[in-house]
Design a protein around this ligand. Structure first.
Ligand SMILES: Cc1cc2nc3c(=O)[nH]c(=O)nc-3n(C[C@H](O)[C@H](O)[C@H](O)COP(=O)(O)O)c2cc1C
Length: 210
């Protein structure tokens, strides 16, 4: 067994009275508090997808947009996650903000965002990030780091100022049907509130046992 590093969670509470009726507003509130607390990468979220063989895989991506339509992130459409989402659009993201003792899980279907949004976002990125994502065949085996550096050099020569968005790179939007907000509490009696999308478009809130 690993060393027992038990922490008592005492930062806060999440009651039915405190929770906002709309889960998007609740997530915005917790994100704002994570930003305010100056956490490192508060927008980092672990995205899980499932491959055709039923095997899940997870990786961190950055949340780049949030509104009632869903959670937006950007990636390579030909990456492992891209291929898995192509075959099975169901996905789950998880945020974990240790100093706030909070976790959020969001589940739903993922779709590609409008190409115009991907264009706008790609154009807003720093030049070196544009080159990096255009150069990298994300998730594919490459012979060496030099292969990547060679591609970067070629692309910099071809596009000295702005890089066109590669067709295989763009945004995804996770359209949630379930959110779970988790606030650590003492003695493992944590607060867990789940929001489930109802057929009429409203959200039903229920408490889960920790
Ligand atoms: C903090 C952090 C943020 C990241 N943000 C992104 C991102 O927004 N988009 C992305 O494609 N990869 C991002 N990555 C890299 C991914 O975790 C992952 O390595 C990559 O997308 C390839 O994943 P895949 O092979 O499962 O498709 C990030 C990694 C970390 C640690």
């Amino acid at each position: 067994m690993l060393r027992d590093l038990r922490s008592e969670y005492t930062y806060g509470t999440l009651s039915e009275q405190e929770a906002l009726p709309n889960p998007f507003r609740q997530l915005e509130r917790w994100l704002a508090e994570a930003l305010e607390a100056q956490l490192h990468e508060p927008h980092g979220m672990t995205l899980s997808t499932v491959g055709p063989n039923g095997r899940p895989s997870s990786r961190v991506v950055l949340l780049r947009g949030l509104d009632e339509r869903g959670l937006v992130f950007f990636s390579n459409y030909q990456s492992r996650k891209g291929k898995e989402l192509e075959a099975n659009p169901w996905a789950c993201v998880n945020f974990w903000w240790p100093p706030l003792e909070r976790q959020v899980r969001v589940e739903g279907r993922v779709e590609k965002v409008e190409p115009e949004l991907s264009d706008t976002y790609f154009a807003s990125r720093p030049y070196d990030s544009q080159i990096g994502s255009a150069a990298s065949p994300q998730s594919q085996v490459i012979a060496s780091r030099e292969v990547l550096e060679q591609r970067v050099a070629e692309l910099k020569a071809r596009y000295p100022r702005t890089v066109p968005r590669p067709a295989h790179w763009g945004g995804y939007r996770l359209k949630p049907d379930t959110f779970e907000f988790w606030q650590g509490r003492p003695s493992r009696l944590h607060d867990r509130l789940v929001y489930r999308l109802q057929p009429d478009g409203g959200w039903k809130i229920e408490r889960l046992a920790p």
